[in-house]
Design a binder for this molecule. Structure first.
Ligand code: AP5
Ligand code: MG
Length: 219
């Protein structure tokens, strides 16, 4: 199964992609996580991305396309995956089409998580993340609180808040999302891959709707 999640910041792409990855045995690839790791490790890509991520701007297409293209060139290239946070521009979608074509890896579905802007700021201001690279669990003080405040339920690490979850930066990320979103939706709609799933409500109910949508889309 090969699936992409699209949706505004805070729509639950990471939450749903992690669940789908764990339960359907798919590799979860998040460009946001890859970039934050690269920044923390101060790699060349991390140095190029740092300012953009901090300010809620898109990292240049060349940098992100190269990260993804390299990941799909490795000997252990992903065969079954769920992608979250990529593509985010039409240029990225076109570049990813080429990567998939070269690897003979056709997509099964592109899931759009629909969440109104009004809910986004509330969600992101309450978000806490596990920083451990092989865990990356996400919590919310109101909607998905950890059993012990500030501690990851899955691995026991201390939870952290993201630098770009300040209200002003979230609004900027939302504006950038809306500037780029329509051409990407059109691109995948033309390919017959687009499925919209409401992203509001209980996390497990959304997950079940996602699974139904994906299975409905897999030929
Ligand atoms: P990225 O990390 O991808 O951030 P984003 O798209 O802004 O999305 P978020 O991670 O903020 O939200 P999400 O949809 O994953 O929601 P989550 O599941 O956490 O990118 C960060 C930055 O990296 C970008 O701004 C850019 O600079 C750069 N970047 C990344 N990819 C790039 C690319 N391709 N090109 C260029 N630049 C790129 O949920 C949010 C919160 O809500 C959580 O607390 C969660 O617990 C809670 N929640 C989840 N579901 C529900 C629910 N149903 N009800 C209530 N609460 C819920
Ligand atoms: Mg995310």
């Amino acid at each position: 199964m090969r699936v992409i999640f699209l949706g505004p910041p805070g729509s639950g792409k990471g939450t749903q992609a992690k669940l789908l990855g764990q339960r359907q045995n798919l590799l979860h690839i998040s460009t946001g996580d890859i970039l934050r790791d690269a920044i923390a490790r101060n790699t060349s890509a991390g140095r190029q991305a740092r300012c953009f991520v901090k300010n809620g701007q898109l990292v240049p297409d060349e940098v992100v396309n190269e990260i993804i293209a390299q990941r799909f060139k490795k000997r252990d290239k992903p065969q079954r995956f769920v992608l979250d946070g990529y593509p985010r521009t039409l240029a990225q979608a076109l570049s990813f089409d080429r990567v998939l074509e070269e690897g003979a890896l056709p997509l099964d579905a592109v899931i759009v998580l629909a969440v109104p802007d009004a809910d986004i700021v509330k969600r992101l201001s309450g978000r806490w993340n596990c920083p451990k690279p092989d865990c990356k669990a996400t919590f919310h003080t109101l909607f998905k609180p950890p059993a012990r405040p500030g501690i990851c339920d899955e691995c026991g690490s201390a939870l952290m808040q993201r630098d770009d979850d300040k209200e002003e930066t979230v609004r900027h990320r939302l504006a950038i999302f809306h500037q780029n979103n329509q051409p990407i939706l059109e691109h995948y709609r033309r390919q017959g891959l687009l499925v919209e799933v409401p992203g509001v409500g209980d996390i497990d109910t959304i997950y079940n709707n996602v699974v139904q949508a994906v299975h409905g889309a897999v030929k």
